[in-house]
Design a protein around this ligand. Structure first.
Ligand SMILES: [Zn+2]
Ligand SMILES: [Zn+2]
Length: 146
């Protein structure tokens, strides 16, 4: 995701209106590495701007994805799509208990499919997810046995 000023310019070029709500969504996303859901983003905007509509937030997220400025992280838990302002290739650690997602920046150089495995697909993105339990959830689990 590029800077808020560049996003505003991109939206203008697409003929999309820049409202204070949209600007706030850009700013929230630019600072947020938690991979929030659309609903979480909506609730955060709502707490500062009570007149924002859910449709505005969802449409803005969809437009950012269409522009390639926001990535969708596949459904890893029950919460549906999560949004990721880091749009370049990277990987994730996912906590199976609290659904925290954190970024893993390591390159996996042999993450390749043979032509047979690729089955004629043109591969455009590779993403590895490591599933486990975060330190907080591990501490909770350990607490159950003492
Ligand atoms: Zn956890
Ligand atoms: Zn990420």
């Amino acid at each position: 995701m590029q800077s808020v000023e560049i996003l505003i310019e991109l939206f203008r070029q697409q003929g999309l209106k820049i409202t204070p709500q949209r600007r706030m969504i850009f700013e929230l996303l630019a600072q947020d590495a938690s991979h929030p859901t659309a609903e979480e983003i909506y609730q955060r905007v709502l707490s500062a701007m009570p007149d924002v509509s859910r449709t505005t937030v969802y449409n803005t997220l969809r437009e950012l994805v269409a522009l390639g400025e926001l990535a969708e992280v596949e459904d890893l838990g029950r919460e549906g799509i999560r949004y990721d302002a880091r749009t370049h290739d990277h990987h994730h650690l996912f906590c199976m208990k609290c659904h925290t997602i954190i970024d893993v920046s390591r390159e996996f150089h042999d993450l390749e499919l043979s032509p047979e495995e690729a089955s004629g697909y043109q591969i455009v993105k590779r993403q590895v997810t490591f599933y486990g339990y975060c330190p907080d959830c591990r501490a909770d689990q350990a607490g159950q046995y003492h």
